[in-house]
Design a binder for this molecule. Sequence first.
Ligand SMILES: Cc1cc2nc3c(=O)[nH]c(=O)nc-3n(C[C@H](O)[C@H](O)[C@H](O)COP(=O)(O)OP(=O)(O)OC[C@H]3O[C@@H](n4cnc5c(N)ncnc54)[C@H](O)[C@@H]3O)c2cc1C
Length: 374
Amino acid sequence: MQYDLAVVGGGILGLAHAWQAARSGMRVAVFERGAFADGASVRNFGMLAIAAQQPGPELDSARAGLAAWQEVAAGAGISLRQAGCLFVARRPEEMDVLAERAAATGPAVQDFALIGPEDLARHVPGLTDAALGGLWSPEAWKADQRGAPAAIAAWLARAHGVTFHFNTEVTHAEGGRIETAGGSYRANHVVICGGNEFARLCPEAWAASGVSTCRLQMLRTLPRPQDWRLDPFVMGGLSMTRYSAFADCAALPALRALQQQHMAEASAHGVHVIIVQEDDGSITLGDSHHYGADAAPDDPARVDDLILGETDALMRLPERRIAARWVGNYAHMPGRALLRMHPGAGITAVTNTNGQGMTHGFTVAAETIAQIAS
Ligand SMILES: Cc1cc2nc3c(=O)[nH]c(=O)nc-3n(C[C@H](O)[C@H](O)[C@H](O)COP(=O)(O)OP(=O)(O)OC[C@H]3O[C@@H](n4cnc5c(N)ncnc54)[C@H](O)[C@@H]3O)c2cc1C
């Protein structure tokens, strides 16, 4: 069968491309190496992080991505809730950053509110006494990251006629053709959405681009029974120096300097803490950031301890026993959010390089498909 579009990779970016193409009338097939998606798309926090974006094109992209998620989640029956997020300050330098961000105004700025210590408990249970205040935003959504790819794939097949080839690794791609162990397939265009692994299919283009890999460690607690509920994402000071929502704050250099001096080990491992509760009551915790193809830290257990230490400094979790630990990877390019390349005629390779493909992936896919269709 001749397809209009062959998509390599069944993670969120591959599925977003398949959806955008199918609803524009293309015959689409998705080739996924695993029995189900097993990359970054099922290993993350499921955070659609509108609040974490820099006002301007980045924020616009995130908001467009959210609108697409809402449509897809309704169609595919995926859990997607408006969780909101709370950045918690434990140091005056962090409070300065939050106050500055809360004071920023403009039509395209996120909805932020500065929260005094007396009001923190209204948003988040169990914060430690070290909390000085926080910055609240309703603009963060929680998707069920573990269930979403399978549910979206089933819906695309059912409602949009997309063909799925699971357990099918693509070993070669060139204009109009892909090869798998089970045979070759023809398509007018191939889009490679293999996450940080498209190096294998386009090694020269990958090497020439300067893209690298980021490795992240994550943890999940045992499920907590119904009597305790954490609705928002909770983050601390290390997230303020990581997310571009705060990049323009004049108070940021002082916070960075403080972290280098007093949180040197956590900073060196790229630790910043995000705490969120899943639908089953478990709490997902992370993460760390190690860069480069061979970036595993010498002592991963120590990195887990740093994540847990930062978590404990922010919150008293009702369930602290760890049920799962895992590693996720994404393609990384400093200062660039996206790598979209054309390694040959009829081939596009796309990956988010800012670690926010859940937030921006649907917007990226709409752009790619518009380019291919034009
Ligand atoms: C720990 C962690 C936390 C994150 N948290 C967030 C977050 O909260 N919010 C957010 O916006 N972003 C987050 N991200 C980033 C986000 O998860 C990624 O940007 C996004 O999931 C990438 O999607 P993808 O489809 O490009 O890649 P992947 O999800 O990695 O999917 C690639 C798929 O391609 C398949 N594949 C690869 N090669 C082949 C081949 N040759 N043939 C067939 N199939 C192939 C793989 O099996 C895989 O299923 C996080 C990432 C990590 C690692």
